[in-house]
Design a protein around this ligand. Structure first.
Ligand SMILES: [Fe+2]
Ligand SMILES: [Fe+2]
Length: 328
């Protein structure tokens, strides 16, 4: 485990470092509060911090207070020579988990580390469970739009696979790509608010019906935008029918005004719609759709994203072919 020590006394830092390293911990040693705070507020902070109460820059209590409600939890052991009740109670209230007078024996230090590890493990387990439950709920919710269509679920599955592919090719991390793939499944959630006479119509739409159908973008946005963790999904739902040249809907955004995530879903959604058979149109072949994408780069679609699509077009074809009703 990564442990941070902050103390202005070099010899204390040295003794603690040697001791902690002998137990297999990775130690970051800081000479003042400012340096410690930089490490503790980084993207990958140490999960245990041993802080001196009195230090230059920030005191151990200042740092405890700054980190109090942050995630992930950082277990703070406050080193102090103070022993009056008022100070100690205040330190705990401000966010320290325990305090220890100096010098500390190896046995006592080890016990503090054990308690810290137990709390951190429990916290991490809870966070993982929470995340899994949240993702399961999102996944179930994103299926809603397709249920009303009586679709088989393949469209959304393919959309999420193409989106993941595009995100990876754009250099996003695995975590970002997986999350974007999930959010892409919400793009048409607003269709739950479209009347059956339009939604289930088997004919090509007239102007009025088209106008009604187009509101699925704003309906989707209003459903999702109240959930802070679904902000990206809300943007996708609103903007996946915007076009690069500004002639899309609902906001007539153009080029980089359109959120990148929505530009990605715009391409993959059209690719899949053209490949699929509808009651009012035949399915297009993969080469026909590739030609259409190339012709519409810089018009309907972000030309850079079309370039990525063209580089990997065969993988799109494969996703379509292996995730269609005929191939199950
Ligand atoms: Fe849509
Ligand atoms: Fe779609």
């Amino acid at each position: 485990m990564k442990v941070l020590i902050a103390d202005d006394d070099h010899s204390i830092r040295f003794i603690l470092k040697v001791q902690l390293e002998s137990w297999g911990h990775q130690v970051i040693s800081c000479k003042d509060g400012k340096e410690a705070l930089q490490h503790l507020t980084s993207d990958d902070p140490p999960r245990i911090a041993i802080l001196d109460w009195v230090m230059d820059g920030y005191t151990g209590v200042d740092i405890s207070n700054i980190l109090k409600n942050r995630t992930p939890l950082i277990y703070i052991i406050l080193f102090t020579s103070k022993n009056n009740e008022k100070d100690l109670v205040e330190a705990i209230e401000k966010g320290a988990h325990c305090f220890q007078s100096k010098p500390v024996s190896p046995g006592v230090l080890k016990s503090h580390i054990e308690v810290a590890k137990r709390l951190i493990t429990a916290e991490d387990k809870l966070k993982t469970q929470e995340r899994e439950i949240r993702l399961q709920c999102y996944s179930a919710l994103s299926d809603l739009a397709e249920v009303r269509h009586n679709n088989t679920g393949f469209h959304m599955k393919r959309i999420s696979l193409y989106t993941k592919l595009m995100a990876e090719k754009l250099g996003m991390t695995q975590k970002q790509s997986n999350e974007l793939a999930l959010y892409s499944k919400f793009h048409d959630i607003g269709k739950v608010g479209i009347v059956d006479t339009v939604l289930l119509s088997k004919e090509a739409y007239n102007k009025n019906e088209r106008d009604v159908m187009n509101t699925h973008t704003e309906i989707g946005y209003s459903i999702l935008s109240s959930v802070p963790t679904l902000r990206t999904a809300a943007l996708i739902a609103r903007s996946h029918h915007e076009l690069w040249n500004g002639t899309g809907y609902p906001d007539k955004l153009k080029e980089d005004e359109i959120p990148l995530e929505a530009r990605i879903v715009a391409i993959v959604d059209v690719y899949d719609a053209l490949r699929s058979e509808r009651t009012y149109k035949k399915s297009w072949t993969h080469p026909e759709v590739v030609r259409y994408m190339r012709e519409n780069a810089g018009k309907a679609f972000d030309p850079k994203l079309v370039d990525i699509f063209l580089l990997h077009e065969e993988e799109f074809n494969q996703i379509f072919n292996t995730n269609s009703v005929n191939n199950q």
